[in-house]
Design a protein around this ligand. Structure first.
Ligand code: GDP
Ligand code: IMO
Ligand code: MG
Length: 450
């Protein structure tokens, strides 16, 4: 009963919070799904990752790519929060805000946690220097300084948004930290050459620019949920890039499962209600690391081109492969997914048969659970089941979607049911195109649970 105490509104209607989680290696379509669900939301919160993310939203014919800003920024009236668990690149954020303002949108609803760590120029430099030092064993990072910034956070060497409002303290922190970074960069053979006074000047300027937006976001979010506001949590990256549970070391430097919402937004687990896992109908991955269902053949090229699988942040070609249920089962277990949003179903048009990986064979043994060791994973051979494909449709996708799930090709409906049965979670949102109206919504009720 205690749980519901937080979530009952004045008139007794139960208003849950919604979390959007990537279930694969990122780029599942979280931006599209978050934007779609944000209609009617009061607040959208980012709680991990940084400007390494690339979330694409299509509004009419306009394509908007967001990296650091929550997707709520595209919906007027929504409060968009960058939580304490995010690492903030002020320069990248400034450019994104400029872009949104140029497109006629407002940044008035943006709030940034005073506890969020800042990505500094030396983090970007060290990201590159460390990747180069790894030689051909590099992670293939986005080069946005994410790893070095999170490392500093954990090593207690970080500078936080709130520090930008206190010149004396900021100088003291940089005086302590910068010499360590300089020595590290020297040892990698790539000296930093950072002018400390110039850096302080720039950081204080950011402080003045964002002064009104820097808040105690844990209080803001907690109070909003208590007041019955509709709050969404937008995940970045995906389960397989999670620092603990992903394909370590080929991962990002934050937790990408629903558990990260609590630490990264500063709210208790009892406030995370619905957890929607975004599942691309096949699999993609950018950067290095094991990918058991990767296709290096004609079908892989077809997925790349039909799915326009090019990185939103770095423009790199994404590696493509079949759907992997070992991965999806892991995502269901780690994040407690309550429903699925299956995206890019249209990309599988005219691919027949469709294969789905149900388990791996490693060293002659059938393996059902995702192995923790990258070298063991490199030896994993997918065990596939085959499903029937379907042909493309002739009518406009938006009009097909309006006719509902019954209008979809039978083989597509079978594919969806097969996924649901295999992981024991219902698909409540189906996406067949980039736009908002190319979506089928099977949720019984938008924001309330009966
Ligand atoms: P995110 O990082 O999870 O937000 O995903 P990205 O935005 O990086 O990549 C997903 C890409 O697929 C974007 O270009 C979206 O516009 C696009 N997309 C999303 N849903 C669909 C869909 O159902 N069909 C097609 N064809 N494209 C989609
Ligand atoms: P969204 O939110 C796909 C990958 C990088 C690299 C690894 C580590 O758009 O799904 P990092 O720069 O984080 O240290 O790089 O993680 N990566 C992503 N791949 N989508 C993302 O975000 C990613 N963010 C990081 O390619 O392999
Ligand atoms: Mg992306």
């Amino acid at each position: 009963m205690l749980k519901y105490q937080y979530l009952l509104t004045h008139d007794g209607v139960f208003l849950p919070t919604l979390a959007i989680i990537g279930t694969q290696w990122g780029d599942e379509g979280k931006g599209k799904i978050t934007d779609y669900l944000a209609e009617g939301a009061d607040m959208v919160v980012r709680y991990q990752g940084g400007a390494n993310a690339g979330h694409t939203i299509k509004v009419g014919d306009e394509v908007i790519a967001l990296h650091l800003l929550p997707s709520g920024m595209v919906r007027p009236g929504v409060i968009s929060v960058i939580g304490n668990g995010v690492v903030v690149d002020c320069e990248a954020m400034g450019k994104e805000i400029e872009g949104l303002v140029r497109s006629g949108r407002s940044a008035d609803g943006l709030r940034i946690s005073d506890r969020a760590n800042i990505v500094l120029p030396y983090h970007r430099a060290l990201d590159g220097a460390e990747e180069r030092a790894r030689g051909n064993k590099g992670v293939g990072t986005t080069g946005r300084g994410i790893g070095p910034c999170y490392s500093d956070k954990m090593a207690r060497s970080g500078i936080r948004m709130g520090d930008l409002l206190d010149e004396e303290y900021l100088r003291e922190r940089l005086d302590t930290v910068l010499p360590i970074k300089e020595r590290l960069a020297d040892s990698l053979g790539e000296p930093l050459n950072i002018d400390r006074d110039e850096l302080v000047r720039k950081l204080l300027e950011y402080g003045r620019t964002y002064r009104d937006k820097i808040v105690d976001s844990s209080v803001l979010i907690y109070d909003a949920i208590k007041a019955g506001k509709r709050v969404m949590f937008e995940g970045a990256q995906g389960t397989m890039l999670d620092i603990d549970h992903g394909t370590y070391p080929y991962v990002t430097s934050s937790n990408c499962t629903s558990a990260a919402i609590c630490t990264g937004a500063g709210i208790p687990p009892s406030m995370v209600e619905q957890v929607i896992g975004v599942v691309k109908a096949y699999t993609t991955r950018v950067g290095a690391g094991p990918f058991p269902t990767e296709l290096k053949d004609e079908t892989g090229r077809k997925l790349l081109h039909q799915g326009e699988e090019f990185g939103t942040t770095t423009g790199r070609e994404r590696r493509c492969g079949w759907l992997d249920l070992v991965v999806l089962r892991l995502a269901v277990r780690l994040s407690g997914l309550t429903s699925l949003a299956i995206t890019k179903l249209d990309v599988l048009n005219d691919i027949d048969p469709i294969k789905v990986c149900v388990a791996y064979e490693i060293d002659g043994e059938r393996v059902e659970n995702f192995p923790g060791n990258a070298s063991r994973l490199e030896r994993a051979r997918p065990i596939y089941e085959e499903l029937q494909g379907w042909s493309s449709w002739s009518e406009e996708t938006a009009s097909l979607c309006r006719r509902g799930v019954e209008a979809l090709p039978e083989a597509m409906r079978d594919y969806i049911s097969y996924i649901e049965r295999s992981v024991g979670v219902k698909a409540e949102i189906l996406s067949l195109g980039k736009r908002r109206d190319e979506t089928i919504d099977l949720r019984p009720d938008r924001w309330s649970i009966a």
